[in-house]
Design a protein around this ligand. Structure first.
Ligand code: PLP
Ligand code: COI
Length: 341
């Protein structure tokens, strides 16, 4: 059991400082051996590449306490690989995949008391990130970088836990058409803040992005991919080069096809088709599967048959299987679960 006693069901999705973080510096063309630090502050030059040209990217994964009391991480190799792609796209040095996984495991282990208890509804969010530390003035990559990992206990991403959310389609685009690519950093999270705040002001939980080039296909939200269920029970999820390749989505498709023996398909999804779906959800590390009950757009409102009270039955089955694997109730595919301690 965790020794830290927070009001686990109500901690929300927020930063909570924990004692230890991992820090490694890239200087003179190589990564140092790294260290564990109790200092949660970062001091950098006023002209650091991250401050001037936003040369930074991040990852997100979770550590779980299993039914047996172990602490495990879910597929950290995929976060390492995706971060490597982000770094290349941003002209940043790659932090080696094996060192990434080891650093995640060690950082979680050193904060083990902050991994919420099994069944509490909370988990430990793990945030690896990298940023340019050395000064630049002309538009060019920096020379020095820092890679860090902090952890924070978190509850559900949306207030109300598993209650369906209501989302809107706004006029705002996050990525330019054919723009900054599919790497996580390329999605430019700062550009998504205005659309999310706008949706909140109008009483919605989130904003759905359409593709910026034609505004006719479903993309994703500011922090999650979409997953839909057709009226005949098939799983469909948008295929697009300008959304984040969600590890949760990829895992859910695998679970659907190989464990639940359901039809699951990744393909472009015209917004026009959304009104025909039986269930809709947002999927991601933070969102897990958060059901969507309603989508409001310029032309009207789509109310999914699954309603605003609870998750629909098909997404619930997927949710139970995925979280069952993460919490050690169901044996997952080889390599998905990495034991911390
Ligand atoms: N889309 C965006 C924009 C995200 O920030 C996230 C969260 O990381 C996701 C999708 C879901 O990705 P994953 O399942 O890898 O957490
Ligand atoms: C995640 O699910 O890890 C995300 O990155 C979503 C959000 C917190 C940005």
């Amino acid at each position: 059991m965790a020794e830290i006693n927070l009001d686990w069901p109500n901690i929300g999705f927020a930063y909570r400082e924990t004692p230890v973080r991992f820090v490694s510096d890239f200087v003179d063309g190589k990564w140092d051996e790294g260290r564990f630090s109790t200092d949660s502050n970062v001091t950098i030059n006023e002209s650091a590449g991250v401050l001037q040209y936003a040369q930074t990217c991040f990852e997100g994964l979770k550590a779980y306490r299993t039914e047996k009391g172990d602490i495990v991480c879910f597929r950290p190799d995929l976060n390492a690989a995706r971060m490597a792609e982000s770094c290349k796209r941003l002209c940043m040095p790659v932090f080696p995949v094996d060192r990434f996984i080891k650093a995640v495991v060690e950082t979680v282990k050193r904060n083990a008391d902050y991994v919420p208890p099994y069944g509490s509804g909370a988990t430990l969010y793990v945030r690896p990130y990298m940023f340019a530390t050395s000064p630049v003035l002309g538009v060019k990559p920096a020379v020095n970088y820092q890679f860090r990992i902090f952890v924070s206990p978190v509850g559900p991403y949306f207030k109300g836990g598993a209650k369906p959310v209501s989302i809107m389609v706004s006029d705002f685009d996050r990525a330019a058409p054919h723009g900054t690519g599919h790497v996580k950093a390329g999605l430019n999270y700062a550009m998504s803040l205005f659309a999310i705040e706008h949706a909140h002001e109008l009483g919605f939980n989130e904003n759905m992005y359409l593709d910026a080039a034609t505004r006719t296909y479903v993309e994703e939200t500011g922090g999650a991919n979409f997953i839909f269920v057709t009226k005949d029970g098939k799983i469909v999820t948008p295929k697009s080069g300008t959304i984040l390749p969600s590890i949760t989505r990829r895992s859910l498709i695998y679970v659907a096809q190989n464990i639940l023996k359901m039809d699951a398909e990744e393909r472009p999804i015209p917004f026009e088709e959304v009104k025909t779906f039986a269930e809709a959800g947002l999927c991601g590390t933070a969102a897990v599967i958060s059901p969507v009950g309603r989508v409001t757009y310029e032309g009207g409102v789509i109310n999914f048959p699954s309603g605003m009270e609870k998750m629909g039955p098909v997404l619930q089955k997927l949710y139970d299987t995925l979280t069952g694997i993460q919490m050690g109730r169901i044996e997952g595919p080889e390599g998905w679960i990495v034991k911390v301690c």
